[in-house]
Design a protein around this ligand. Structure first.
Ligand code: HAM
Length: 418
């Protein structure tokens, strides 16, 4: 038989880690729903064309897409992110604006798998469509920032930039092309290849020789329109008013091509791996139009769940929540008492589990230990005869007999006590 394993870049998330994932999404839901964002569940695959709107120079599109022809001959792709799907949904359903939504779920990118970088990875995020207000940019950033605080993270760094309006971005791209072309011999081969595709992305290179050239590159803030500049100043003032600390990084371009004006990224200074970006976002005025809708501004962010949890590990915060049962029922008679008692306990909102296959008392007690239950209820032939149950608070070394008819009251009393 072949040995089946998960495909590279994918993982099974097992307990207790899986409970942490669910709790992560719950914390996110309560943070953003408290700010008026409603839950949206877009499909996991769409027509490839939807994602092509992310921009033809975007690597996520050109190199990393999981696309295939389905049995009906449709060219579809697994979503590499969810902003494009949300914009497609906006065009399809035409909700009233501002339309504020949040999402959670997996995305797929054919990347080189490594620590913090996967081919299937989860994100949580928000998108707000239909408002151009710089105060909304600040609200979105503040929400992400509050969420990190809600998780307990402290070592989170916020970088901000503006990419100007559509025309500004093209103008800047042209200036960069000229600058990098005249310094091409000092760039690495990788960056020379990137330059041919998208000069902006050269700014992302972390390679030492490139860094020296990048240090002298023109800054976008010198190429942007007065309106984009005013918008950015208003965002900064709004963040200052909320005491949110940030650094302006005018080399921050981000990987997706749809960004206009405000862009931002959160990095964890507690992470030592190559992938410290735990979230990012920005404005994408123009994306709804590119998907066939009316001119509609939009802004949002997405946080990498996998990576943010690595940051939580590094800061030793946000432990997996407790999922253990309260009671473990040990039945050495025939298993039917455990069967019926568990049902009764569960019906009464008491978390209960049991052993199967009529194992020995010792084996059942071992399972009780492993289950994390706070009390064990033990039934042997003597208990059946007397209509009693032995109640053992786990780890106490004590046990006492209770009458079967007082079961629920006694269990509740024992659970309250601890
Ligand atoms: P992104 O920067 O491509 O933006 O992804 C956001 C976050 O997802 C990253 O900061 C990172 O934490 C996580 N991430 C991305 N790729 C991987 C991967 N291969 N493995 C693990 N984590 C990963 C977007 O996706 C935009 N849709 C964000 C946005 C929303 N902009 C506006 N609205």
């Amino acid at each position: 038989m072949p040995e089946f394993k998960t495909s590279p870049g994918t993982r099974d998330i097992l307990a207790p880690h899986s409970a942490r994932w669910r709790a992560f999404q719950q914390v996110f839901a309560s943070t953003v729903e408290a700010a008026g964002y409603n839950y949206i569940i877009p499909p996991m695959f769409e027509d490839l064309d939807v994602f092509l709107r992310l921009g033809e120079a975007t690597e996520v599109v050109t190199k990393e897409m999981y696309d295939f022809h389905d049995k009906g001959g449709r060219h579809v792709a697994l979503r590499p992110e969810q902003t494009a799907s949300v914009c497609r949904a906006f065009v399809e359903h035409r909700p009233t604006t501002p339309w504020k939504v949040w999402y959670a779920g997996p995305n797929f990118r054919y990347e080189k798998p490594q620590q913090g970088r996967y081919r299937q990875f989860d994100q949580v995020g928000v998108e707000a469509l239909g408002a151009d207000d710089p105060l909304l940019d600040a609200e979105v950033i503040a929400l992400a920032s509050k969420f990190y605080t809600d998780l307990g993270l402290q070592k989170v760094h916020l970088s901000l930039n503006t990419l100007g309006d559509a025309g500004d971005r093209e103008k800047y791209s042209q200036r960069l092309l000229e600058y990098f072309s005249s310094n091409e011999k000092d760039l690495t081969a990788d960056s020379r290849a990137t330059l041919a595709r998208n000069p902006l992305r050269v700014l992302d290179s972390k390679r030492e020789p490139d860094q020296q050239v990048i240090a002298g590159a023109p800054a976008i803030r010198d190429s942007i329109s007065a309106t984009a500049s005013e918008h950015f100043e208003a965002v900064l003032m709004a963040l200052d008013a909320l005491n949110i600390t940030y650094e302006i990084n005018n080399r921050l371009v981000r990987g997706l091509d749809y960004y206009r004006r405000t862009t931002f990224e959160f990095t964890s200074t507690a992470l030592e791996s190559a992938h410290t970006a735990i979230g990012g976002g920005g404005r994408y005025d123009g994306l709804v139009e590119a998907l066939g809708g009316p001119a509609t501004p939009g802004i949002g962010f997405a946080l990498g769940l996998d990576r943010t949890l690595l940051a939580c590990d590094a800061e030793k915060v946000f432990d997996a929540p407790e999922t253990a049962v309260d009671v473990f029922v040990v039945d050495t008679v025939d298993g039917r008492h455990a069967h019926e008692l568990c049902h009764l306990l569960r019906k009464n909102e008491i978390r209960a589990d049991r052993a199967y296959d009529l194992r020995s008392m010792k084996a059942q007690m071992k399972s009780a230990d492993r289950s994390g239950a706070r009390i064990a209820l033990i039934i042997g032939s003597e208990e059946v005869e007397n209509a009693t149950i032995m109640l053992r608070p786990m780890g106490s070394g004590e046990q006492y007999s209770i009458s079967r008819k007082d079961l629920l009251g006694e269990v509740r009393k024992a659970l309250d006590k601890k």
